[in-house]
Structures are given as C-alpha cells and as structure tokens.
Design a protein around this ligand. Structure first.
Ligand code: PMP
Length: 395
C-alpha cells in the first residue's frame, strides 16, 4: 500500500512551509476536497490566487485550447495571447504604457526593482511590514526583518519608512530616490489598510522629487478589492504596477505594467525570463479578464465584501475586534492572539482560512464565492471562535 500523501511529503519535499495540515486532491468552484473526501470551503483561494475558483471551465478551456494550438515559445517571438494580454491590462489600467510578463509576484517586483535602478538613482524606499517576495531583490524591499535576517547581506540601497506615515515619506524621499514601492493594502502583514489619502500623498511626494511610485498589486489587483486595481479606488496612478496571483486564475503569471517614462526604461538585454508570459498562462489571464467583465465581478466583490465584513462584525462575538480590508481581502481582527486556534477550528468545521499574524485571520476567497457560501461561514463562525477560545484556555 502506498503511504499517505503527508508522510510522502515529509520525506520528499524541503520543509519550506512547515508540515502541511491537509492533502488536497480536488477542487470545484470555491470548494476543495481532501484525500478522505472531506469538503472545505476555500476562503483563502490559494492566497488570493484562485480568482475564478477551482476547475473553472473558462480557465480550463482557455488553457487547453491554447496548449493544443501553440505551447511555449521563447520571448524572442510574438504570440497572439501575450500581446492581447498586454493590451487588455493596459486598457484596464487606463494609461498608455508597456507590460513585461514573468512568472510570479516576486519576479514582478524583482523586475520593478531593476527597472527603478535604470533611472540612474540608487535609493529604493519601501514600507515597514510590507511584503514583496522572497528572491533577494524582492526580499530586500520586504519590510519584515525576520524574513531577511538569515540571508544578509541584502542588496544595498533600500530604506524603510513606517507604512501609512506621510511625514516619514516626505522626509525620506529625495533626488536620490529611484522609487517608492508600496502595497495599497498590506496583505501578508495582516490586511493593513493605510489612512485615507496616503497613496495620494505618496504620489504627490514621488512626483515632486522625480521618483517612481511602484504599487505592488500582486495581492490587491485583479478585482480582489472590488476594483480592477486597488489604486483605482484611491484615485492614484502609479508609474509602475506589479501583478500576479489572481491574474492567472491559478496559472503562474506575473506582470509589470509601466506608464510614462518608466515604460521606456527596459531595453534589450536588461531583463528577461524563459517562461514569462508563455501563451498558456496568457490565455488563462485573458480568460480571467473576460470572466471579470462578463460577470461584473468588481461590483459583485465590492458588495459581497461589504456584506461579509458587516455580517462578521454584527456577530458581536467577544473574540472579534473588527474587520478590515476591502472587497474580498479581509482581515478579521481578534481580541486575543488565537488565530492559530481559529485556523484549526475552522478546518475542523470545513473552512480554509489563513493566519498572517497571531491576532488576525485573513479571508481571500475565490471571487466567485456565492452568497450562500459566505453566509454559511458567517453562521458557523461563532462556533469556530468558541472552539478556538476553548482550545486557547486549555493552553
Ligand atoms: N507581493 C505581494 C503583495 C504578495 O502578497 C506576494 C505573495 N504573498 C508577493 C508579492 C509574492 O508573490 P509570489 O508568491 O507570486 O512570488
């Protein structure tokens, strides 16, 4: 008999993520199934990746049609879905510019870092608590020292400011600054929403000093917050935007979009990646964009997110301090550091959530989550929280 998947996992995979709690074998919409056939409502969506849910025929058809037409070609040649995707993303962005495709959010930020250095200025300013990825450049811009420590020395030239603090940004940015990189909402840091006007101030300050504003929309982009891109809700236009996660609806693709002079910085030989924007991933991304349009998903995400967060707050549960975030990127703030226990109790009850910090749980479900699925979760949440509190008091 073959050993259970989890046992084989621990013998064959590097332990980068800690021991996985469940082995998932199948998905359908917002529901995934483990090896024993137990169903879980996926309220994490592969950390905001599965925008259209699992096994969505729109994605399956687009990818298989593309793979049976033209598979991977090198970036040295042109393939129709790649050009169309660049055009569609720029149209959604609403500004003339150019796109560069890669394979992940980390890679998109790594590319943005290099692009910024082509301005000839040395300094990059990033935010405390921010997360931009795990390769050395992206890590160097990640404002979580614990993640960087073991890998010092980092690439030089990155300075940090407190997130949401306009005065700090004002005193940090100078004519030496190539770029300021920010997330519109800090997802990995526990769904931290900056004060109103922060992004607009960042735009004004960077423009005044001739520095680029890079917005990392890897987690917030592609309808996640109820707008195609979160910066549109803030009424701010970045010079550079990075995307990944939801863009491919489960397929690995990242993008850098740039407008204005920033769009002209990369030239031949500066940067590249073999798989970046391969036609199958581009076809998946086009299917995601079509689906969002056809189903008016931005409006849907906006209204479902508002309902879901209000319903959770209205539970008036003693463990819930409040809900923050936007659209379907929500952080449920807890009054006690029991997020791990909540995670465990939620899994027992058939829900996958995520714990970015001890005092907050993150919800980033597929954007196709139904009203019924959302209200089932809200109905089960008090029991989940009670079980977590009981487990916590037992120690
Ligand atoms: N930027 C942000 C804002 C993210 O949330 C993440 C992933 N959590 C990344 C970058 C890195 O993306 P990836 O895991 O696709 O490399």
């Amino acid at each position: 008999m073959t050993a259970p998947l989890q046992q084989r996992w621990s013998a064959s995979l590097m332990n980068n993520y800690g021991t996985p709690p469940v082995a998932l074998v199948r998905g359908d919409g917002a529901v995934v199934y483990d090896a024993d056939g137990k169903a879980y409502l996926d309220l994490l969506g592969g950390i905001a990746v599965n925008a259209l849910g699992h096994a969505n025929p729109a994605i399956v058809d687009a990818v298989s049609t593309q793979l049976s037409t033209l598979g991977h070609v090198s970036n040295l040649y042109v393939a129709p879905p790649v050009v169309e995707l660049a055009e569609r993303l720029l149209a959604a962005f609403g500004h003339d510019g150019r796109a560069f495709f890669c394979n992940s959010g980390t890679e998109a930020n790594e590319a943005a870092f290099k692009l910024a250095r082509l301005t000839g200025r040395p300094q990059i300013i990033a935010a405390d608590g921010g997360f931009h990825g795990r390769t050395m450049g992206a890590l160097a811009m990640t404002g979580q020292p614990g993640k960087r420590e073991a890998f010092e020395p980092m690439p030089a030239g990155v300075d940090f400011v407190p997130y949401g603090d306009v005065a700090a940004l004002e005193s940090a940015v100078s004519e030496q600054t190539a770029a300021v990189i920010l997330e519109p909402i800090q997802g990995e840091n526990g769904v931290i929403v900056p004060p109103a006007g922060y992004l607009a101030a960042a735009r004004e300050i960077t423009s005044r000093h001739g520095a680029l504003l890079i917005l990392d929309e890897v987690q917030t982009g592609i309808a996640r917050t109820g707008a195609m891109f979160a910066h549109q809700r803030a009424g701010v236009v970045p010079d550079v935007m990075t995307l990944a996660k939801g863009l491919g609806g489960g397929m690995p693709i990242g993008a850098v979009l740039a407008t204005g002079p920033a769009a002209e910085l990369f030239g031949p030989g500066h940067h590249g990646t073999t798989f970046g924007g391969n036609p199958a991933c581009a076809a998946a991304a086009l299917a995601v964009l079509d689906y969002i349009d056809e189903h008016d998903l931005c409006a849907r995400v906006d209204s479902l997110g508002k309902t879901l967060s209000a319903d959770i707050e209205n539970l008036d549960h003693p463990l819930v301090a409040g809900v923050r975030g936007d659209g379907l990127l929500l952080g449920v703030v807890l009054t006690e550091p029991v997020a791990k226990q909540v995670d465990l109790a939620a899994r027992e009850a058939g829900y996958l959530i995520n714990v970015p910090a001890a005092g907050v749980i993150r919800l980033a479900p597929p954007l196709i989550l139904s009203d019924e699925q959302a209200s089932n979760f809200v109905a089960d949440l008090p029991g989940i929280l009670d079980a977590a509190a009981a487990a916590h008091s037992k120690g």
